[in-house]
Design a protein. Structure first.
Length: 200
């Protein structure tokens, strides 16, 4: 048994009446068809209660800044320092990570938002970096999965296809020193440390 849709049949009946009303005038016929299509679209559109709520200006700005950060991220072959943290860490540790990350070649990465809320997350990140007005944090659960991060803080230094990992209650500078002393990405870690000393 073949199932037929009633919608084309309704459209066809409307087309016949529109054609009859057009009296041979093609322009009037197409105008009537266009009007019928608009009316049908309004009937088939989602009701107001089913539409997602409009974003506030602050939420829209936050989303736009996150998109810019993602677009500005270095490609996979570029060396990078990633400090994996969580908003549940002590405030002092989070502040240190936030201030030293968010610069070219250094990412502070958290697995998710504060209470699942963009505004709270933005406010928390701003509080972490307000004293120096430098640094930042990215929300990137994909990187947590990609590098198998199960505890924080964890430093991952990536150079090409090689990665070094240091985890435990340790500052970013101390973790970089460990990689510079004995890691596969020692040269890159050393250069990051030297830039940090040069910039204070």
């Amino acid at each position: 048994m073949k199932l037929l849709s009633l919608l084309p049949a309704i459209a066809l009946a409307g087309s016949v009446s529109a054609f009859a009303d057009a009296g041979g005038d093609n322009k009037a016929f197409f105008n009537d068809m266009l009007q019928m299509d608009r009316e049908r679209h309004l009937v088939l559109s989602a009701p107001d209660f089913a539409r997602p709520p409009a974003l506030s200006g602050q939420d829209a700005d936050y989303i736009a800044s996150m998109k810019r950060q993602q677009q500005a991220k270095p490609d996979d072959s570029a060396p990078v320092v990633m400090m994996f943290v969580s908003f549940s860490m002590p405030e002092e540790d989070l502040r240190e990570s936030g201030e030293r990350c968010g610069r070219p070649g250094r990412d502070g990465i958290a697995p998710g938002m504060v209470n699942g809320d963009m505004r709270q997350t933005g406010t928390r990140i701003a509080q972490l970096v307000k004293e120096t007005n430098t640094g930042g944090m990215q929300i990137d659960p994909v990187s947590f999965r990609r590098y198998g991060i199960t505890s924080v803080p964890t430093l991952v230094v990536k150079c090409g296809t090689t990665t070094d990992r240091v985890q435990g209650d340790i500052t970013l500078r101390e973790a970089l020193k460990k990689v510079a002393e004995s890691g596969d990405c020692a040269g890159f870690a050393e250069s990051v440390l030297n830039r940090e000393v040069a910039h204070g």
